[in-house]
Design a protein around this ligand. Sequence first.
Ligand code: MLT
Ligand code: MN
Ligand code: ZN
Length: 310
Amino acid sequence: MLQVIVLGSAAGGGFPQWNCNCALCRRARAGDPKVRRRTQSSLAVSSGDGKWFLLNASPDLRKQIDDNPDLHPDPEVTRHSPIMGAVLTNADVDHIAGLLNLRESQPLAVYATPRVHAVLDRNTVYRVLNPAYVDRRPLELERRTELAGKDGIVNGLAIEPFSVPGKIALYLEDPSLDNLGSAAEDTIALKVTERATGKSFFYVPACASMPPDLAERLSGADLVFFDGTVWKDDEMIATRTGKKTGGRMGHMHLAGKDGSVAAFAGLGVKRKVFVHINNTNPVLAEDSPERAFVEAAGWEVGYDGMRVTL
Ligand code: MLT
Ligand code: MN
Ligand code: ZN
């Protein structure tokens, strides 16, 4: 049984974002029941054996563990965690800062591409993840990897990492270089497969466009969690919350002819869930026409604590 929990469904900054007074952040902060609060981007996945891998480690991980009893320590053991490790899809703050919560000498395995590992290696604060307890394991693009805990015991899940259109982490951008100095390994997506059943899903939390090879890969999938950052490409500019387009931030927008809803229309994906949703995206409001539009197109808007079993 392949189990997924959406630990955090918001993009970087969360919802409401600490310094934002956009219309949606105001509603969320006021406790409007149609506009649920959300923590930053992460999933947890298990093959039903009580052991979990994090897919990205959000700055809100401490709250996410607290909110999800599946991730609590075994009550019989003084120090324990059902979290076996984490897989990172890029080096953005919203996907790596949570590793710092996992620093209490707990055996873990952290999987990432060599480019993303190099970012952690250069940031000395990550040395709090004591190498005696925490393995850093490289992922190779297009190569299936069995997830295993620090003890080397596989937990029944395999991942296939693949590159998607995107960019290097914000704080590493070099405007003098082509695509800001980004390489294929900087933004990956995952196909997660349960060995025993062959069931699988895709996790694509950041994606700048839908080239034909990606569309083909996702075709017919049972379940895809996809980048839901912005509704419109110029949304941050229009809401006066920022200067960048979605595309400039490495995120495909949802709406319109060149948006993700249209791009998925012919792909036959059985269940489609938006994650990594920015606080300016109107689909966050359950009473918005944009929410009605995506739901009519067969999409679900991910929320914290959402569970999917395949
Ligand atoms: C993004 O997804 O664009 C980044 O997480 C932005 C950020 O680092 O805040
Ligand atoms: Mn992000
Ligand atoms: Zn906002």
